[in-house]
Write a protein of this length. Structure first.
Ligand code: GLN
Length: 252
C-alpha cells in the first residue's frame, strides 16, 4: 500500500527519501484487537497534513526493513509472541532501526517483546529485543477491561483511554519512564501504564490505542516528521466522539 503526493517538508532523520515510511511489524503474529488500526490512524493523520505516507506490512517470514521511520507492533497470544521475539532477535532489523532513531509504538505483546525479557507460557523468561528498558513477568490474574491513565506531563498528551487484556506485569528499568499513571485498570501492574524512552514507546492499550487517543498519534508523528499543524476540527469529529463516548462509559 503506497500513497504519494508532495515531498515531505521535514525529515529529522536526515534521510533523502521524501515519504513517511510506516512499518507494521509481523501482522501475522502480533495483531490482536484491531491494533492494525494504529497504522490506519497514523497514515490518515499524516496525509491530512500533506505528509506522504508509505505503509508496509512485514510478515514474520520477511526481513524487517531498517530504513522505516515509524514501526508498529501489536498484541498477540503467548505462543505467537514468543515466536515473534525469536524471529525479531534473529532478524535484527527492528533493533537496527531503533538504533538509528526510528520511532516505535509497541502494544501489549509487542510492548513486552521490545523489552529485555518477558514471561513465557509457563513463566520462564524469554529474551526480548532490549530496545526499551522494561522487563515483564506473568501476573497472578489477567488484567482485563477498560483503562484510563494520565500521561506523563512532559509528553503533553491528554489522558489515555483504551482496553487491556493481558497476563503480563511489567517493571520499568532506569533507562525508561512510565508513559502514564492508571486511574482505572491494571496497566504495568504497579499503578503505571506503558513506558517510553527517546522515540520508543510501549503501552498495554488496545482500542486501537491511536483511534481512541489521537494526541498520542500526533506525538508519534511529530517524533518522526517534526512539528505538525493542527487539524481542522471537522476532521477530528469522529475521533473526539469515540474518545468522549469511551471516557463517559467508565466515568464514576
Ligand atoms: N500474551 C501477553 C500477555 O498475556 C500479551 C497479550 C496481548 O497482547 N493482549 O500478557
Amino acid at each position: 500500500m503506497v500513497h504519494e503526493d508532495a515531498a515531505r517538508r521535514t525529515n529529522p532523520l536526515g534521510i533523502s527519501e521524501s515519504q513517511l515510511r510506516i512499518v507494521w511489524v509481523y501482522p501475522d503474529l502480533l495483531s490482536t484487537y484491531g491494533d492494525r488500526g494504529n497504522m490506519l490512524v497514523l497514515a490518515r493523520r499524516a496525509q491530512l497534513r500533506g505528509i506522504p505516507v508509505e505503509a508496509v506490512e512485514v510478515n514474520s517470514d520477511q526481513p524487517v526493513p531498517v530504513q522505516g521511520d515509524l514501526y508498529l507492533l501489536g498484541g498477540g497470544e503467548d505462543l505467537p509472541q514468543i515466536l515473534a521475539a525469536h524471529r525479531l532477535r534473529a532478524d535484527g532489523g527492528l533493533a537496527a532501526a531503533a538504533g538509528r532513531g526510528a520511532v516505535v509504538l509497541a502494544v501489549c505483546a509487542g510492548y513486552q517483546v521490545i523489552g529485555t525479557r518477558f514471561g513465557g507460557v509457563d513463566g520462564e523468561p524469554v529474551d526480548g529485543l532490549a530496545i526499551l528498558d522494561i522487563s515483564s513477568g506473568r501476573g497472578e490474574r489477567r488484567g482485563v477491561g477498560e483503562v484510563v491513565a494520565d500521561v506523563d506531563p512532559a509528553l503533553g498528551v491528554p489522558r489515555l483511554t483504551g482496553f487491556e487484556n493481558h497476563q503480563g506485569v511489567t517493571t520499568i528499568g532506569p533507562g525508561a519512564s512510565p508513559l502514564a499513571r492508571v486511574s482505572l485498570g491494571v496497566g504495568n501492574g504497579d499503578g503505571t501504564e506503558g513506558a517510553y524512552a527517546g522515540r520508543i514507546l510501549g503501552t498495554y492499550l488496545h482500542g486501537p490505542a491511536l483511534a481512541r487517543n489521537p494526541g498520542l498519534a500526533d506525538l508519534l508523528l511529530s517524533w518522526a516528521a517534526g512539528p505538525l499543524p493542527p487539524l481542522d476540527p471537522a476532521a477530528e469529529e469522529w475521533a473526539r466522539r469515540l474518545r468522549d463516548e469511551r471516557l463517559a462509559a467508565v466515568a464514576s
